[in-house]
Design a binder for this molecule. Structure first.
Ligand code: BTN
Length: 256
């Protein structure tokens, strides 16, 4: 049985995350999905906007997982996996994951995840998991470090198939998450960050070093060139880029 009990579809909304969150606050149960063809105020991480013209897929899932504030990071990081799997299934492309929430194709951003938690007395009351995928988006409307699936495939992608595959993949991921059975190796296999030289900007500070591993809660551990071991866990204050390309893998690690 699918986790999704109500799917609302719109031509245009301000933000599917905002709509799902408002409905959640008014008592809507878990399993609501809000889908829009375009957004007028799409939001991304760190207060950035998410450019949302027609051709993209903008979807939010209302979830009420058991857990605390810390679990939101785990959800943000690992939810990239079902998004990447859905893209791979529908297009045959090879997406890579850039911590914490980016799905890249050939080093350019093709999809992003925004997880927003609503808390009551320290416990997680609900989570809105928002997914934006540049499916058939005209790249001239996107930032220079972004791409679309149609651009990378050089052909139009079936948006309905993309949506239905995404719903299935997020459903199966969420079932595993609730049973604490998330496969961390899947994340590792898709990461373009682990084991690489990175630059991390945390607030006003910049650190250079090597991304070592992912902690169970989704935090990224890096060792700076000065030998400091750092735990990157604040997704709204941290952005990273891969600074050194590996031989034979230059395309998937193009700086972004
Ligand atoms: C990011 O890369 O910073 C996250 C982008 C998330 C965008 C999606 S589109 C659907 C949902 N509604 C929003 O306003 N944002 C998310």
């Amino acid at each position: 049985m699918s986790s999704w009990n109500r799917i609302l579809r719109f031509d245009e909304v301000s933000s599917t995350n905002d709509l799902a969150k408002d409905m959640g606050k008014r008592g809507e149960s878990e399993g609501l999905v809000v889908v829009a063809k375009r957004q007028t105020c799409g939001r991304g991480r760190m207060g950035r906007s998410w450019i949302s013209p027609p051709g993209g897929l903008y979807v939010s899932f209302l979830l009420r997982p058991p857990g605390s504030a810390e679990d939101a990071l785990r959800l943000t990081v690992h939810a990239c996996v079902p998004v990447a799997k859905a893209i791979r299934q529908v297009t045959g492309l090879t997406p890579k994951l850039k911590w914490p929430n980016d799905v890249l194709i050939e080093g350019k951003k093709a999809a992003g995840i925004l997880v927003e938690g609503v808390f009551k007395g320290g416990s997680l009351e609900m989570v809105v998991l928002g997914v934006g995928i540049n499916v058939n988006t005209d790249v001239r409307e996107l930032p220079p470090d972004a791409t679309s699936l149609s651009q990378e495939k050089n052909g139009v992608i079936d948006e309905e198939r993309m949506l239905s595959t995404l719903l299935l993949e997020i459903d199966s991921f969420y079932e595993k998450l609730k049973k604490d059975e998330v496969d961390e190796d899947e994340y590792k296999a898709m990461s373009c960050v682990l084991g690489r030289q990175i630059e991390a900007v945390v607030g006003r500070e910049t650190f250079r070093g090597k991304a070592l591993y992912l902690q169970r809660d989704g935090a990224l551990i890096m060792k700076s060139d000065e030998g400091l071991v750092l735990r990157l866990a604040h997704v709204n204050e941290t952005s990273i880029k891969v600074t050194k390309e590996e031989e034979n893998d230059s395309k998937s690690l193009r700086k972004n």
